[in-house]
Structure formats: structure tokens, C-alpha cells
Design a protein around this ligand. Structure first.
Ligand code: MG
Length: 203
């Protein structure tokens, strides 16, 4: 199983990061060791003092595909979930400043809490799907998939030009605005529409 993620896919988040709108989807990887399932707690790592949450809608790939045509990309994922793209922002900025890759700031162990997956047929319209994140009960991020710069289908088509997608792979589709730091003792709760499907305690 592999995890791919899209950066800069919501314009208000691009603005808050003082970043530029990309011409193509910005793709990065998280290793399998990043995954936290079943609402497992997140342990604050010693190498960072600025871990940020980013709530994101997840796609679960349902069959193998390479050079997938955007028109048929909907056939290649069967379920939707929600996840946190934990980011060591201090490590990321340090790397960015020097023009170096920031892989470790996004790929460290525990950086990918993942919810259960829900069959996509259960949703009325996945192109207009609301999602949100609470920190200690307070609303911090609220997004809607209708605001993505690159659609689920465009993301799958683009990634599959470079990387063979396989059943069980997971794609993080980008975060809306409102990202921010966590500290030990915090509790994150992530919702798709009105249903809470992920909870992460920071320890
Ligand atoms: Mg992200």
C-alpha cells in the first residue's frame, strides 16, 4: 500500500501559506509507516516544535491503473475517508528556504491518521462534499470538495502518468484553509458532512 498526497489544492490555503497556485497538482508521498488507524493517538515527535494539522478528504484506489484517462478515473476509486496530513512545519520551512526537499516533514511515522472508508455510493455528490475539523471542540477547518483546484479525476489521471496505482492505495486530496499547530493534550475530530469519522488525541 502506498500513500500519495496533493499539496496546494485549495486556493485559500495556498494564500495562507504565501504560496502560488500550481500549474499541475503538487504530489508527495507518505510511507506506510506514517499510517495511524482506528483513532490511534499521535505522539508528538522530538524533532519538531511546530506540528500542524491539515484535514483532507481521502480516496481509496480500487483497482490497478496506469495512464488512467480522466474520463474513466471515477472507476478507479470506490471509497472516501478523511485523514490528517500532519506536517512538521518548522522542518518544512527550513527545507523550503534552502530549496531542499521536505519529504521528512510530511512522511514521518504517525503523520497520516486515516479514518474508516465509506463507499462513495453512500454520498449524494462527492464533488460537493463538506468536511471539517475540530480542535478541542472548536471549529478550525471547514472545506468543501467543490473548491478543489484539481478534481479527484484530474488527480488520479495525473498521478497515474508517473506512478502505477494499485488497489488499496490512498490519496490525500489537499487541505482547505485554517491549518495550525497542535500540542500534547489536544484532541482533533474530523467530520464528513455531519458524521464524525476520525478522532486523534495528541500525546
Ligand atoms: Mg496536506
Amino acid at each position: 500500500m502506498k500513500i500519495l498526497a496533493v499539496g496546494k489544492n485549495y486556493s485559500a490555503h495556498i494564500k495562507e501559506m504565501h504560496s502560488e497556485r500550481p500549474d499541475d497538482p503538487v504530489i508527495f508521498f507518505k510511507p506506510e509507516t506514517a499510517v495511524l488507524r482506528n483513532n490511534a493517538p499521535f505522539y508528538y515527535p522530538e524533532f519538531s516544535n511546530d506540528i500542524h494539522y491539515e484535514v483532507e478528504i481521502l480516496l481509496r484506489i480500487s483497482k490497478t491503473g496506469k495512464y488512467i484517462d480522466e474520463k474513466f478515473a471515477h472507476n478507479y476509486f470506490d471509497a472516501i475517508g478523511i485523514g490528517i496530513d500532519f506536517t512538521a512545519r518548522d522542518i518544512q520551512w527550513k527545507a523550503k528556504e534552502k530549496g531542499l526537499p521536505w519529504a521528512l516533514s510530511k512522511g514521518f511515522d504517525g503523520s497520516a491518521p486515516i479514518s474508516k472508508f465509506i463507499d462513495k455510493s453512500k454520498f449524494d455528490d462527492i464533488k460537493n462534499l463538506g468536511f471539517s475539523l475540530l480542535l478541542d471542540g472548536e471549529l478550525r477547518q471547514q472545506g468543501n470538495t467543490s473548491n478543489m483546484l484539481f478534481s479527484f479525476e484530474e488527480i488520479i489521471a495525473y498521478i497515474s502518468k508517473f506512478v502505477l496505482l494499485k488497489k488499496g492505495d490512498i490519496i490525500y486530496t489537499g487541505t482547505p484553509e485554517g491549518v495550525g499547530p497542535v500540542k500534547p493534550g489536544n484532541k482533533l475530530e474530523a467530520f464528513i458532512e455531519d458524521e464524525k469519522i476520525l478522532e486523534v488525541e495528541i500525546r
